[in-house]
Design a protein around this ligand. Structure first.
Ligand code: FAD
Length: 535
């Protein structure tokens, strides 16, 4: 008899990637268990419950293409807020009947591979939950480890200081409070916009300006969605095939430098007016690869933004005359009135490069030149993205090789999905995949189907293990290095490059070309899983 805790596959993470995998592998007849540290499904949306949290990818791009899920689901907004996303995940759970195979409130702490049995042993919650399985599928997300910089006295501020991804689940309203926000990335922009409407005072501590672009939020009616659903199957087919990721955003196959200024601005105007990520990924082919082309996008963005801001000093801080980094090489956030906030009396902008935070004390943040009494301090300081959540688990592969040691000099994987020395361990939405440049649910379906096919290949051939080779890992890593050097990404200190974390090896951690990525996956499978060894 098979013990209750022995499975064909254990999946870690109940976000888009883990849930899709559970649904598909179960459909294929595997014995599967999913575990997640959170209390319910939704992954990153469980923990990122800060005020103003919402997704930047518009629906129906940001949802599963499974008809049983979309048929009866109705969104209220084009860019849904966090609570609506959680309701959507509950709907997925109900329609696909997933929870019966999920252990929530279960954090994986350690996993080791046993070469004698060719199985993984997993230990969670201090050893009170254990599992063994042929495959370990890590769908732990790119942002499961929040990053808090070493700010002097941060531990002294008091109870009302929280990272955006560790916001109190019961909520903590900002209404009529004095709120400080450290960080102006995607989460910072969302908190600041919200706080500016409801708080008495908002103090924004900015290190690097974000290049936020208009969201163009819209309310969505049921009638309009019912009509649109007739085209969903074709739309999802387009979305999941090259160029992929968005069914309705495509980069033009022309250079920004091969058209007149008038024509260029017409393209930029159109992308700007459409909102969402159009201005980032839906204009000219060389905006992210050619410095001169990139500058045209930056200058357009700068001038549009500066036209909104009344105070010239704030305008220079928020949208500098010279680009602080090539446009689009840090993830642009989507904004709804972000720049207008800085025209309000209740919002202060502090440039912490010029005027650094010197001391945090109870309900107070002091910089070199000023001091602010605050009720709430929001740490919108991002994540140890891509790798942090993975190396936080004590993973030991063949012969006790630890993942943390294997990656101590830098990440190396094959296609972001497998690592030499770690048999039968597959990663979804992981480092060196197209994660962050490919919508969460789209990537979940593309990588998910590839993984389902790989496991079918294993079963058909009665293989016990699949493992990447060091040569294949090195080749993929070298390819990403080439991409960093031949595009503008390598020039920017971003979390894509691991540069937001002190001492993290600097390398491109996400593959920015989702259609080339899909092509690589398909070619690898078509060539009999080139670069993998099977036993
Ligand atoms: P996640 O949704 O991150 O889920 C991972 C799960 O793994 C979590 O529930 C976590 O609890 C669990 N986990 C991690 N470690 C362990 C462990 N050791 N033991 C047990 N469980 C563990 N993507 C987009 O495409 N578009 C967007 O606009 C967008 N906006 C975002 C906004 C925010 C604020 C954040 C943080 C992310 C955003 N993302 C966006 C990226 C987002 O990660 C993906 O869209 C998607 O959620 C990825 O799903 P996932 O299943 O890979 O991981």
């Amino acid at each position: 008899m098979v013990p209750d805790n022995d499975f064909d596959a254990v999946i870690i993470g109940a976000g888009f990637n883990g849930l899709y995998q559970l649904y598909r592998l179960r459909q294929e007849g595997y014995r599967v268990r999913l575990i997640d540290a959170e209390a319910g499904p939704g992954g990153v949306w469980q923990s990122n419950c800060y005020p103003g949290a919402r997704v930047d990818s518009h629906v129906p791009n940001y949802e599963f293409s499974i008809e049983a899920v979309w048929r009866d689901w109705v969104w209220t907004e084009r860019f849904p807020a966090r609570d609506e996303l959680i309701r959507y995940f509950e709907h997925i759970d109900k329609v696909l009947d997933l929870s019966r195979d999920i252990d929530f409130n279960t954090r994986l702490e350690a996993a080791s591979f046993d070469s004698a049995s060719n199985k993984w042993s997993l230990s969670a919650n201090g050893g009170s939950a254990t599992y063994s399985s042929q495959y370990m599928i890590l769908a732990t997300g790119f942002g499961s480890k929040p990053y808090i910089p070493d700010l002097p006295g941060i531990e002294l501020f008091g109870n009302d200081c929280h990272h955006t991804a560790r916001w109190p689940k019961q909520g903590m309203p900002l209404d009529n409070k004095r709120v400080g926000v450290i960080g102006t990335g995607a989460s910072g922009v969302q908190v600041i916009q919200h706080a500016a409407q409801v708080a008495d005072q908002v103090v924004v501590f900015q290190r690097t300006p974000v290049t936020a672009i208009p969201m163009s939020q819209q309310s969505l009616s049921k009638a309009a969605q019912d009509t649109a659903k007739a085209d969903y199957p074709e739309m999802f087919r387009r979305r999941n095939a090259p160029p992929g990721s968005f069914a309705d955003i495509e980069r033009l196959n022309i250079s920004a430098l091969d058209v007149s200024e008038l024509e260029r601005n017409r393209v930029y105007d159109q992308a700007w007016d459409k909102g969402g990520f159009h201005f980032w990924v839906g204009t000219f082919k060389d905006v992210l690869t050619n410095e001169e082309a990139n500058r045209t996008a930056y200058v357009y963005w700068r001038d549009r933004v500066r036209a909104i801001i009344d105070d010239p000093k704030s305008a220079e801080l928020l949208a500098p005359t010279e680009p602080p980094y090539p446009f689009g090489t840090k993830r642009p956030s989507l904004e709804q009135g972000y720049y207008q906030c800085f025209n309000q009396q209740n919002v202060d902008l502090i440039d912490i490069r010029a005027d650094p935070i010197t001391l945090i004390s109870p309900n107070k943040v002091a910089t070199a030149n000023a001091s602010f009494d605050l009720d709430i301090l929001v740490l919108a300081t991002g994540f140890d993205a891509n790798t942090g959540g993975l190396v936080a688990i004590d993973i030991q592969g063949r012969d006790g090789l630890s993942l943390a040691d294997a990656w101590s000099g830098g990440v190396s994987t094959q296609l972001g999905m497998a690592i030499a020395g770690f048999p039968n361990m597959l990663i979804l939405y992981g480092p060196q995949s197209s994660a962050s440049f490919c919508n969460g649910p789209v990537c979940a379906e593309i990588q998910g189907e590839w993984l389902v096919d790989l496991l079918a290949h294993m079963t058909t051939n009665a293989y016990a293990t699949v493992e990447s080779t060091p040569t294949a890992d090195q080749a993929w890593t070298a390819h990403l290095d080439d991409v960093a050097n031949s595009s503008l990404f390598g020039q920017t200190d971003s979390w894509y490059m691991g540069a937001n974390i002190p001492h993290k090896p600097r390398q491109l951690l996400n593959y920015p070309n989702s259609d080339a990525y899909l092509d690589r996956l398909q070619r690898c499978a078509a060539n009999g899983y080139d670069g993998f060894v099977f036993t």
